[in-house]
Design a protein around this ligand. Structure first.
Ligand SMILES: Nc1nc2c(ncn2[C@@H]2O[C@H](COP(=O)(O)OP(=O)(O)OP(=O)(O)O)[C@@H](O)[C@H]2O)c(=O)[nH]1
Length: 391
């Protein structure tokens, strides 16, 4: 599946950059174009791989912004995006849409530029293009405090409404206690990139062999056509080349099926189970997913139709989904076998409820503070007996 990738705001730009870097490493080009949109000049300059012409600075002419960001104000982020939409659209005009199956707009929801701007852009894209528009929304860690949660909870609603599906990544679930903020983001951005790239490899042909279990972009689109939000499961394992080579030579046939084939099938179905049972991009009850899609990539000899089918049946039971699609994407030169499971329209997501209640608390605090602030200022600037007159 080929996409037009747009990173909005600082987190969006960094994650888009990492997805681009990862696809270059694995030798694919599934992101047909990449754009970074931001209101802060320094953040745009820090991005490494997006070509200069594809970095768009919005809000430059606005006195409150002037290239310095919107200071975590999503209203302002939305406003300058609306005002400068024509500039973003002009850059998108250069995207080879005929060669793109969908748009993917990435943004961190705790700040102002991405949380306010990404939903505005997504609505505009949906009005103009027939291709589906997906979002990748990053939830702030609870440690970032009430303001970030408040922004995220509000943006989350608009982002879901403005997209065909919002894939959610929860920074809180991925925070490691010993990480510095920067190192933590580098690590999590890499994890996001692996998942996005493996998912996109559904329907892409890498090398001369077309898989007998090939999927195409319409399978991903169908899975995401539910609307709502999606979460992604992932696991990978190294290819043990020496084991594989010796297995190729020594495989004994039992009941017409080689031992090697049975091992490979077990390995694939085990890897898919491991993925679903490990950390999701956003923790959710997998049983609440409406549709699911499994993609396994790796060297062709490590892939197995039987393994995939058994994984598919297992996911079907586990999720209670009416539809579970499964396919693989052979990558002859890969050194790992990777399994990604997309769980679409999950509805039992306690993290979102927590985010919303933290946001409501934050809103109440702000209102309570605003109500007493004027009085407190008066108390501060007036002496206790009120005997001093101002100049
Ligand atoms: N996973 C991940 N999350 C990030 C990263 N950088 C920031 N975030 C998250 O994204 C949220 C929004 O931050 P930014 O992207 O810097 O904000 P912005 O959209 O540029 O908006 P302003 O800075 O207010 O103009 C933060 O609250 C963090 O939760 C990153 O590199 N990776």
């Amino acid at each position: 599946m080929k996409i037009a990738l747009i990173g909005f705001g600082n987190a969006g730009g960094k994650v888009a950059d990492e997805v681009f870097a990862y696809q270059t490493e694995v030798g694919r080009s599934l992101c047909r174009s990449i754009l970074a949109v931001n209101s802060a000049r320094v953040d745009l300059a820090r991005i490494e791989r997006v070509p200069d012409d594809d970095r768009i600075l919005i809000g430059q002419t606005d006195d409150r912004v002037k290239g310095h960001g919107v200071g975590s104000d999503p209203e302002l982020g939305g406003e300058i995006t609306r005002k400068d939409l024509h500039e973003i659209e002009r850059a998108i005009d250069d995207v080879p849409i005929y060669d793109v199956d969908a748009f993917l707009v990435v943004a961190g929801l705790g700040g102002g530029t991405g949380s306010g701007g990404a939903p505005v852009l997504c609505s505009a894209l949906r009005e103009t293009y027939r291709e589906p528009v997906y979002g990748l929304g990053i939830l702030p860690s609870e440690e970032e405090g009430g303001r970030a949660s408040f922004n995220a909870a509000r943006s989350f609603r608009s982002f879901v409404d403005a997209t065909d599906n919002l894939v959610v990544f929860d920074n809180d679930a991925w925070r490691a206690h010993d990480d510095s903020v920067g190192a933590g983001y580098e690590r999590t951005n890499r994890e996001i990139a692996k998942r996005v790239e493996t998912l996109l490899s559904a329907g892409s042909v890498d090398g001369p062999r077309v898989s007998e279990n090939a999927m195409d972009a319409s399978d991903v689109r169908r899975t995401l056509a539910t609307g709502g939000i999606a979460t992604v499961a992932y696991a990978e394992t190294d290819v043990e080349r020496s084991t594989r080579d010796s297995r190729g030579l020594l495989s004994r046939f039992r009941n017409g099926e080689s031992e090697g084939e049975t091992d490979t099938a077990k390995k694939i179905s085990g890897l898919v189970r491991q993925a679903v049972q490990s950390r999701l991009t956003c923790p959710a009850d997998v049983a609440s997913a409406e549709r699911s899609l499994i993609v396994v990539t790796g060297p062709p000899e490590e892939l197995s139709r039987k393994g995939l089918e058994s994984a598919r049946r297992w996911v079907e039971q586990r999720t209670d989904s009416v539809e579970v699609l499964a396919g693989d994407g052979p990558r002859p030169s890969a050194e790992t076998v990777s399994a990604v499971v997309l769980l679409s329209n999950v509805t039992d997501v306690p993290r979102i409820e927590r985010l919303q209640s933290q946001a409501v608390d934050a809103q109440e605090n702000v209102e309570a503070q605003a109500a007493t602030r004027q009085e407190e200022i008066q108390q501060l600037i007036t002496d206790e007996g009120g005997s001093l007159d101002p100049l």
